[in-house]
Design a protein around this ligand. Structure first.
Ligand SMILES: NC(=O)c1ccc[n+]([C@@H]2O[C@H](COP(=O)([O-])OP(=O)(O)OC[C@H]3O[C@@H](n4cnc5c(N)ncnc54)[C@H](O)[C@@H]3O)[C@@H](O)[C@H]2O)c1
Length: 441
């Protein structure tokens, strides 16, 4: 089977490389010639654990081809996966321009029967529109099947998620196309669900909305814990033991970010609004998350007052560990707020510095390592729970910082560990006992 994947981003590149790992030969197309040139040279365009090595292997084995030429990518393809971005429009709806361009290019170049599979997250009804567009643009003797195949991989563990996902959703009214995809995915031994197209599209939005809801829910409970003297870590642990609830996505912190939850929740609110159903619950989830992004700086100001001129070490810039993705990361809000306060910021991240630099340039300083960031700092804000950060010895904060004050937006340290050090430690949803330590320091 000749497979083409459209887009070399987090979803497209992972899909291409993992399909190659399954033994397929894949053509991966992008409109960004710089990305394609870099990939042809064997250098990954994103950071994802394990990806660089698999890229090199599959290029060497000649299973993976990169191109910007739509004729090469589409003319003879049997199966095309669309994995282009669907960012948000200013009003929160999904921007489908990249998708439409991709479909236009596919329709203009296909020369044989083909299955088109949409991995991009798209509003309910989009795949039907793709089908109409293809029908209008292609000769009637071509049989083009459209399938919604939403992607559930998580950045940071994307390769593992491809091979060991919780489920694969195939949404289509075309039984033959469904069978082809079932056969393609069969070696993964992951449960495959075949649904109608609209339900598949909705499963993706509903999944992300539910996970975002869990996060905002626990963050609301955390805020109340702070006021009533309960400890969110213990509370979350206790809640999570209930199998009906489950323990994942119950970690209090400074909110979710990334390229999916923020835009997908907003797109679902818009989608609901357009069918005359205000999604009030999800609107509140988004509101809580926006507030969480401002929490670390609010807590910093509460602790030390004016931030102007204060040297602040920002530890972690990526929206979550093990990725260089900074889209909608809480660090962006934190940095903007710290700039407004005229703070003197030095930031550290193991993978995302270049991406942050492209936005903030030299407005802030960048540290090579945590030690350099903490040297003579007045306070440290932890925004991402990278292993390097969670495992960083607390004693070093004492030794390196001017005043050892940590605002931990990800609850990286246990309070019992903190108590063994003379550090002022303010985290999310945990005992005012830690906060009362400010007075002692
Ligand atoms: N990133 C994730 O963790 C994740 C997870 C599940 C689903 N998704 C969804 O998958 C889709 C892709 O997300 P992503 O994070 O990989 O995006 P991305 O922005 O990282 O990559 C998109 C790529 O598509 C390319 N592109 C745009 N238009 C094109 C065209 N016409 N032809 C060829 N290439 C084109 C871009 O140049 C870019 O390289 C989105 O709809 C997203 O919501 C993302």
């Amino acid at each position: 089977m000749r497979i083409t994947v459209v887009g070399t981003g987090y979803v497209g590149l992972i899909t291409s490389i993992c399909l190659c790992e399954m033994g397929h030969t894949v053509t991966n197309i992008d409109i960004d010639d710089k990305r394609i040139a870099q990939l042809k040279n064997g250098r990954s365009v994103i950071y994802e654990p394990g990806l660089q090595q698999l890229l090199e292997n599959n290029l060497k084995e000649r299973r993976l081809l990169f191109t910007i030429d739509p004729r090469i990518a589409y003319a003879q393809a049997d199966l095309i996966f669309i994995a282009v971005g669907t960012p948000e429009n200013p009003d929160g709806t999904a921007n489908l321009e990249y998708l439409q361009e991709a479909v236009y290019a596919i329709a203009s170049h296909i020369e044989k029967d083909v299955i088109i599979c949409t991995k991009s997250t798209v509003p309910v009804g989009t795949n039907e529109k793709i089908a109409e567009m293809i029908k209008d643009m292609t000769p009637s003797h071509l049989n083009v099947s459209i399938v919604s195949n939403p992607e559930f991989l998580r950045e940071g563990s994307a390769i593992n998620d491809f091979f060991h996902g919780d489920r694969i959703v195939i949404g289509t009214e075309d039984e033959k196309a469904a069978a082809v995809l079932q056969e393609l995915y069969a070696p993964l031994k992951t449960e495959i669900m075949v649904t109608d197209t609209r339900s598949a599209e909705m499963i993706k939005y509903a999944s992300n909305a539910f996970l975002a809801t869990k996060i905002s829910f626990i963050n609301e409970i955390a805020a109340i814990c702070e006021k009533v003297g309960a400890d969110i870590s213990q509370v979350a642990n206790g809640i999570g033991k209930d199998k009906r609830i489950g323990s994942s996505f119950l970690k209090a912190g400074i909110g979710y970010g990334g390229s999916c939850f923020p835009k997908d929740t907003k797109a679902l609110v818009q989608l609901a609004g357009h069918v005359d159903h205000p999604f009030e619950l999800l609107e509140a989830v988004i509101g809580v998350n926006n507030r969480q992004h401002t929490l670390a700086v609010a807590k910093a100001k509460e602790a030390v007052g004016e931030l102007a001129g204060k040297r602040i070490a920002l530890l972690g810039l990526a929206f979550k560990p093990n990725t260089d993705d900074i889209r909608e990361a809480p660090s962006l809000t934190i940095l903007k707020m710290l700039m407004e306060e005229n703070a003197d910021v030095i930031a550290f991240d193991p993978a995302a510095v270049l991406n942050i630099q492209s936005i903030f340039g030299n407005e802030i300083q960048y540290a090579e390592n945590i030690n350099e960031a903490l040297k003579d700092a007045d306070l440290a804000i932890i925004a991402t729970e990278w292993d390097q950060i969670t495992q960083f010895p607390l004693v070093q904060y004492e030794e390196l910082m001017k005043t050892p004050l940590i605002i931990d937006g990800r609850n990286c340290y246990s309070l019992s560990d903190i108590e063994r050090h003379s550090i002022t430690y303010i985290s999310v949803g945990r005992s005012p006992h830690a906060q009362s330590a400010i007075a002692r320091v």
